[in-house]
Structures are given as structure tokens and as C-alpha cells.
Design a protein around this ligand. Structure first.
Ligand SMILES: [Zn+2]
Length: 325
């Protein structure tokens, strides 16, 4: 039974994924293209249209009621445009309008940033399910996130709220490409975990893996430099989570992405550091959990955002990012 479906698009710097998703989070049809990230804006748009063409060709397409897009940011949901850092040809690109047209011109289209999409997915089907106030984050090559407040997704006016990666947690810290200093991402992302370990004398094992996964393996084996690099990342994440909890009172922080795959190497020092930074009575009981929606989080989150105007749980406020047919 899937009489009502949504089309979901997950747009990142390496791939453009699409799916038809049912009301229980089942993925019934998939399509995918690599993102031609270094090419013209028009070429990237055609890759999105190719993914959509596969979806619209499905015999299930007539059951689709809405389209949801989760895109690498920044996005501007109020204008329907995207400017992904890792897709240089797209600056204020009118993605919502293009998708609306390619989807046949009759369906509502909703756009959120990829961090907000992850939060929607985790609230709908993952570790934040049943939690009315949650911060959900992705820690991988970058650090992003989104918020659920009062039982509803909180994308903010432009669809970027909860972008914890660019909160400063080190006032005199290193410059971040965003223009700030000491951002969470600059300390806790996978590439920075690896860089810091290498700078402090860590060397990869026989497999030559110099990524954060290699550092995690060394940390698991007790390498003190590798452990210290994860400890530092955990501190930055904890400071950002504690600040968020103090501002808006969340009761759970969900952490996903490749770096979260390090498991206890990350989560043990993260929980310890949270006890240092989240000290007031109303944030002390904050829990931390690994994300559960896995590699389909972006698609499921885009689907959740698409349907939210009809279903308050997990909800986008009506009209957010909307261009209606
Ligand atoms: Zn930054």
C-alpha cells in the first residue's frame, strides 16, 4: 500500500540521488548521477533533470504528491535558490523552479539544507524519533546539522538553521573557509582530525589510510596521538552541542556521518566532554546517540520535508521553501 508517494532529491558535491518514497519511509524507486561539480551550472542542472526523468518514468509517478529537495548549502529556501560551496557554478541557482518544471509543473516543491534534511530523517525514522527537541548533526568532510524544536523541524527562514559546523568554539582559533575563526568544523571534521594527527606525528598503518578512519583505527589500538585528535574533535562537538542545548533546550543530540562511524573512539570522549560543557541543570541530562538512518538519510529527510505541510510530524511549517504548482 503506497497510494501517496513523494519524490526526494539529495543533492551533494559528489552525487545527485533521487527516490520515490512511501509514507513509511520505504524507498520504492532510486535514481542517481554523479555531480558534475566542476562544470557549468547548466550541466549540473541537466544531471538533476536526468535523475528526475528516471523518477517520472516510473509507473508509480502518478501517485507522487510532492517533491522534497535536500541540498548541500548554503541554500535559500525563501528564494528557492542554492549556492553549494562544492558546486562553484551554482550561485543563487534557481533549483526549486527547475525541479518544479522538470517534475511536470503540478507538484509542490520544498527545499531544505542537507543538515536540516538529516534532522528531518532522524526525527521521522531515526534516533531522534519521539524527541520533541533535538539537534541532529553530520560529521564527515564537513560538519552540518539541523534542529527539531517543539516537535517540529525548525529549518529557519532560509532552510539553514542548526548549522552547528560554523559555530565558533575557539575564539582565537584557525581561520575557517566560511570567514570565521575556530569553527566546530575546523576542529571536528574528518579531514581536520586526520590533519591534526599527522601534524602531531601520527603515521598511518600498513594500509596507508591517512583519513579519519585510519586515525580511528589507530586510536582503537591505543595510539596516543590518534586518541588526542579524536579527543579534540569531541571537545569541539561537545562545546557546540552544549551551546545549542543552553540556547534552545534540546534533550538529545544525534551524531551521524563518516566520523561518527568511529563509534566509541568518538562517542566516549564526546560524552565525557559534554559533562564539562553542559553543566546547567536544564542541559545536564542531554543524551548523545549515533544516527540511525544511514546512507539514505538525505533522501528520507528530503521526503520528510516534502510531506511536512500535510503532516505535522515531523513538520516543516507550511510554505517553508515552497513553490507550489
Ligand atoms: Zn566556519
Amino acid at each position: 500500500m503506497h497510494s501517496e508517494l513523494v519524490a526526494a532529491l539529495d543533492i551533494g558535491g559528489t552525487k545527485i540521488a533521487g527516490a520515490l518514497v512511501d509514507g513509511a519511509g520505504g524507498i520504492l524507486v532510486r535514481a542517481q548521477r554523479p555531480t558534475p561539480a566542476g562544470e557549468s551550472g547548466e550541466t549540473v542542472a541537466r544531471a538533476v533533470e536526468a535523475v528526475l526523468a528516471e523518477l517520472t518514468a516510473s509507473p508509480l509517478w502518478p501517485d507522487v504528491r510532492a517533491v522534497g529537495i535536500g541540498s548541500a548549502g548554503p541554500v535559500d529556501a525563501s528564494a528557492g535558490t542554492v549556492s553549494p560551496v562544492n558546486v562553484p557554478a551554482w550561485r543563487n541557482f534557481p533549483l526549486v523552479e527547475r525541479v518544479h518544471r522538470a517534475a511536470g509543473g503540478r507538484l509542490p516543491v520544498r527545499l531544505v539544507g542537507d543538515g536540516v534534511a538529516i534532522a528531518a530523517a532522524e526525527h521521522w525514522l531515526g534516533a531522534a524519533r519521539g524527541h520533541d527537541n533535538a539537534l541532529c548533526m553530520v560529521v564527515s568532510t564537513g560538519v552540518g546539522g539541523g534542529l527539531v524544536l517543539g516537535g517540529r523541524l525548525h529549518p529557519g527562514p532560509t532552510g539553514n538553521a542548526g548549522h552547528i559546523g560554523h559555530i565558533s568554539v575557539d575564539l582565537d582559533g584557525e581561520r575557517c573557509p566560511c570567514g570565521g575563526r575556530g569553527c566546530v568544523e575546523r576542529i571536528a571534521s574528518g579531514p581536520h582530525i586526520a590533519r591534526r594527527a599527522l601534524e602531531n606525528g601520527w603515521r598511518p598503518g600498513p594500509d596507508g589510510d591517512t583519513t579519519a578512519a585510519g586515525v580511528a583505527a589507530a586510536a582503537r589500538a591505543g595510539d596516543p596521538v590518534a586518541l588526542a585528535s579524536f579527543e579534540r574533535a569531541a571537545q569541539a562537538l561537545a562545546a557546540g552541542i552544549a551551546a545549542t542545548a543552553t540556547l534552545v533546550e534540546i534533550d538529545i543530540a544525534v551524531v551521524g556521518g563518516g566520523v561518527a562511524g568511529a563509534g566509541d573512539v568518538l562517542f566516549t570522549p564526546l560524552r565525557r566532554a559534554l559533562r564539562d560543557y553542559a553543566t546547567l541543570s536544564f542541559v545536564r541530562d542531554l543524551s548523545v546517540a549515533p544516527a540511525r538512518t544511514g546512507t539514505d538519510a538525505g533522501l528520507l529527510g528530503a521526503a520528510a520535508a516534502a510531506t511536512a505541510h500535510r503532516d505535522p510530524h515531523p513538520g516543516l511549517p507550511a510554505g517553508v521553501g515552497g513553490l507550489t504548482g
